[in-house]
Design a protein around this ligand. Sequence first.
Ligand SMILES: N[C@H](CCC[C@H](N)C(=O)O)C(=O)O
Length: 281
Amino acid sequence: MKFTKMQGIGNDYVYVNCFREKIDYPSETAKMVSDRHFGIGSDGLILIKPSDVADFKMEMYNSDGTQSEMCGNGIRCVGKYVYDYGLTRDTNITIETLAGIKFLELTTKDDKAVLIKVDMGNPELLPAKIPVVAEGDQVVSQPIDVDGTIYQMTCVSMGNPHAVIYMEDVKGLEIEKLGPKFEKHSRFPNRTNTEFARIIDKKTIEMRVWERGAGETLACGTGACATTVASILNGYTENEVTIHLLGGDLIIKWDQEKNKVFMTGPAEVVFDGEINLSSLA
Ligand SMILES: N[C@H](CCC[C@H](N)C(=O)O)C(=O)O
């Protein structure tokens, strides 16, 4: 199997061009290639496919093999891949995902995509659509009991579920202890991604993320979008913020008139490779 290893501010995936490769068991393949000791090493697997309704289609699998509806850092890398590897010469492209069709604007330099702006669509706040077990029509700073400690959470879906928790010290957080308790909490029927965020000022947020199906990653694009929406709903920030993640920064804007979230950030190729999957089985 030929692949390209790419990363979006440190959130790294194995990308497969399914215009020329066929992946019969994507979930199993994701688990195998993601292993950082016995495989290639990544946060998961992303398949780039033809689409009947958009220019391309993105299928995303976490390192535990579960499929997700959307991946923000991943879709920026897909945008870069299809341009840099000659699948398109357009700098405005559409990508079909399980969270709907996304619109990308590529900024190029020396004929390579260096910055990608993504229209991430509408944030979803209805509990039943996140999904999260809760009363009312949105979850903004509502209590959740995690092993006897009460946290205030704000829940947003960007096609995938997110629980945003604010705290004064995210650097010192023992995320490997707390993250899984949120991820598998009974109030999230489909599990959840969890963002631990510190407001620095009206335009700046620092966050770490425990991802559903992948554990702590260096960055989460949908999580950065969810955190921005949550911060605006809580009155903590303006509608355009810089998010500092472990792997780098993203610029996120929630245009509330259009009810669209825009994410702008980089994408990088690490290396191209070929692997005999049967050697990993
Ligand atoms: N773990 C996520 C998918 C990857 C999202 C993240 N890597 C991003 O950049 O948005 C989920 O199961 O919903």
